[in-house]
Design a binder for this molecule. Structure first.
Ligand SMILES: O=C(O)c1ccccc1NCC(=O)[C@H](O)[C@H](O)COP(=O)(O)O
Length: 213
């Protein structure tokens, strides 16, 4: 299956090289100060400028205010915004108009009651990121390396493209794709040798496993 892969939380030139070699469809830059993957505007700009055409550059933010988002969008050449906080459907629509960029809204899933939010955001976002819900009290709203029960979304479809995320690794991504029917997958922790440190071997292995699913 031709599965499209997003590598999230890249922070070094060698991460971009590994993502290019692995035929990434998307690369993600994290702008969340508490994250070990957080990049400065200057770093993100330099990395984004090194990404060849055909790979979408995504900025990940968490309940960011307009000033912060304006600075990101005006500094970093981007193709998409990923909203990973509690942004309302109205905020998603407003940011889509304000920045003229497609919006991917992350929705955390832990049980069936979380699925309604996917239907709601599927009406206003350009893409959905179907992620694991962070545990209560977690420092990070995403990127925790935790998976949810993929059977919850087996056979589910939404009116916009969607991406599966949460605890994916080279070892489990093929099974996750088989169970959910995902055509796009997103990974961060599962391609790291330590928090925030991407590993080129794991990036290659993840892409091979996803594309071979
Ligand atoms: O990666 C972070 O540090 C992060 C911080 C704040 C919000 C979201 C964050 N990451 C999201 C992702 O990298 C992924 O989109 C997704 O949550 C999957 O992450 P993982 O389970 O680590 O593969």
């Amino acid at each position: 299956m031709n599965v499209r892969v997003k590598f999230c939380g890249l922070s070094r030139p060698e991460d971009i090289s590994a993502a290019i070699a692995a035929e990434a469809a998307y690369v993600g830059f994290v702008f969340f100060p508490k994250s070990p993957r957080c990049v400065s505007l200057d770093t993100a700009r330099a990395l984004a400028l090194s990404v060849p055409p055909g790979i979408a550059k995504v900025a990940l933010t968490v309940d960011a205010d307009d000033t912060t988002l304006d600075a990101i969008v005006n500094t970093v050449p981007l193709d998409m915004l990923q909203l990973h906080g509690h942004e309302s459907p109205e905020r998603v629509s407003a940011l889509r108009s304000r920045h003229g960029l497609p919006i991917m809204k992350a929705v955390g899933v832990s049980d069936a009651t979380d699925l309604e939010a996917l239907d709601t955001y599927g009406k206003v976002a350009d893409q959905l990121l179907v992620d694991a819900k962070p545990p209560k009290g977690a420092d990070l709203p995403g990127g925790n390396g935790l998976a949810f029960d993929w059977r919850l979304i087996a056979g589910r479809r939404w009116p916009v493209p969607w991406m599966l995320a949460g605890g994916l690794t080279p070892a489990n991504v093929a099974e996750a794709i088989r169970l959910t029917g995902a055509r796009q997958v997103d990974v961060s922790s599962g391609i790291e040798s330590a928090p925030g440190v991407k590993d080129a071997g794991l990036i290659a292995a993840f892409a091979a496993a996803a594309k071979g699913a």
